[in-house]
Ligand binder design. Structure first.
Ligand SMILES: [Zn+2]
Length: 180
């Protein structure tokens, strides 16, 4: 379909279109692939949900997140229960990822704050430590926070950090739901 063989403006236009289309497809494909947990990640996250310290309401939210059954405006729109798929805070499409960490109006700020607070504590103990950063895999699939583990080897502390991620995620969801 995209075969720019003619000369001049049309060729440049088609060439640019093909290039952009290809790039966008690649980005979408990468995002799609990255948004899937590996079997090991899924099993580890599933075991973490059963942890005795995690409150029941948090377990429920975590299970729905891991199974991607959490309700969003995008899902409501696709199933005909809403007239739009927009996030009420910023107007972008509200997918699970948007709700949990991409929304610049609420969720993203929560993780920045969390990462900053953890960084301050880690630097108190280890002044040479770099900033702690939270990735979408930490947030959605509860994978260990890698550069935190680099500085803090204590297993219990790392488990408590993972628990905090569960709690923050549930609170983000509760805030989003309560403001409907
Ligand atoms: Zn938003």
């Amino acid at each position: 379909m995209c075969d720019p063989t003619r000369h001049g403006k049309k060729k440049r236009f088609l060439s640019s279109l093909c290039k952009n289309f290809f790039s966008i497809s690649i980005i979408k494909l990468q995002l799609k692939n990255r948004a899937q947990p590996s079997k090991e990640e899924f099993n580890t996250a599933f075991l973490m949900i059963k942890h005795k310290y995690l409150p029941l309401k948090t377990k429920d939210n975590s299970l729905q997140t891991l199974n991607r059954t959490i309700w969003t405006n995008n899902k409501a729109f696709k199933s005909g229960q809403r007239e739009d798929d927009q996030c009420r805070f910023c107007g972008e499409t509200e997918t699970m990822e948007h709700m949990y960490y991409l929304c610049q109006h609420y969720s993203n700020l929560q993780w920045e704050l969390f990462a900053s607070a953890v960084s301050v504590v880690v630097k108190k103990v280890n002044p040479g430590a770099s900033n702690i950063y939270i990735t979408f895999r930490n947030i959605i699939f509860n994978t260990p926070i890698k550069n935190l583990y680099h500085y803090v080897k204590d297993k219990e502390i790392n488990i408590m950090m993972a628990m905090l991620v569960h709690e923050i995620r549930r609170k983000i969801h509760a805030f989003r739901t309560s403001s409907e």
